[in-house]
Unconditional design. Structure first.
Length: 257
């Protein structure tokens, strides 16, 4: 069986190739095209690699491109800095152990509990692992079954949360999908990530469409506007931090605006 990460590597190349036009990269349009985007041979030409080699990469074959090849592909496909880093991550070899839910150290739990602002900690799979009273007051994590305490499931498949974000829901959800895609692809094929992906596909038609677009985005701070059923209109700046104890843990803090 093909390595799932290699399959994601190939799918990502294809998705970026299909977004470009000959004019964008300075190539003549040439003969009529039956599909959108650049042809495989054009990408190979721009990257300075063999067509057969590029085809093997896009097909997800078990081949190991060098750093030089990755950099050349990134230039040819006009990848952003975040997309370039994602391509490098997918190309790395090495065995990977199965996903195991993270454990939040007691000092971090106590620190989160002491904060006045809503705050919570998530893991690689975006599961909510710890939170404070202010976050509970708004998001109600403690009222959910443990298997549903996941920010992706909450935003994409929970009807109440969708109302929570109002007209801004699509922007919030689409951005989350692009950020999660960067993590998922590195863990492609892992049962825990496959289970989450299946639930998202089943629970959200919009997720399916956005997922196929294969957009990649890095985690960033920003403004969130929420329409709470009892508290009314809420405005927060949200910021996230990685924990030194375990870089897989992410602390998210919501500061009222």
């Amino acid at each position: 069986m093909a390595d799932p990460r290699r399959v994601e590597f190939g799918d990502f190349l294809r998705s970026r190739r299909e977004k470009l036009t000959p004019k964008t990269v300075g190539l003549p349009a040439g003969r009529r095209r039956r599909t959108a985007g650049l042809r495989r041979e054009e990408v190979a030409q721009l990257a300075g690699i063999g067509v057969d080699w590029y085809i093997r990469l896009e097909q997800g074959r078990t081949v190991s491109p060098s750093v030089t090849t990755i950099d050349a592909l990134a230039r040819a496909l006009r990848l952003s800095k975040t997309e370039h880093a994602h391509l490098k991550a997918l190309a790395r070899d090495g065995a990977r152990t199965a996903f195991v839910p993270e454990i939040v150290p007691s000092p971090i739990r106590r620190m989160v509990a002491s904060l006045q602002q809503p705050a919570y900690v998530t893991g690689r799979r975006w599961d909510v692992l710890a939170w404070n009273e202010a976050a509970e007051d708004i998001f109600g994590f403690g009222k959910l079954p443990e298997q549903d305490r996941n920010t992706l499931l909450l935003v994409l498949t929970n009807k109440q949360t969708r109302k929570f974000y109002g007209a801004g829901w699509a922007d919030v959800a689409k951005s989350m999908v692009a950020m999660f895609r960067a993590t998922h692809d590195v863990w492609a094929g892992d049962p825990a990530f496959a289970e989450l992906l299946a639930r998202l596909r089943q629970g959200s038609p919009e997720f399916v469409k956005w997922w196929e677009a294969h957009e990649i985005r890095s985690t960033s701070s920003g403004l969130k506007i929420m329409h709470h059923p009892t508290k009314g209109l809420l405005r927060f700046e949200h910021t996230s931090f990685q924990a030194n104890d375990d870089p897989a843990l992410k602390l998210v803090i919501y500061t009222p605006v």
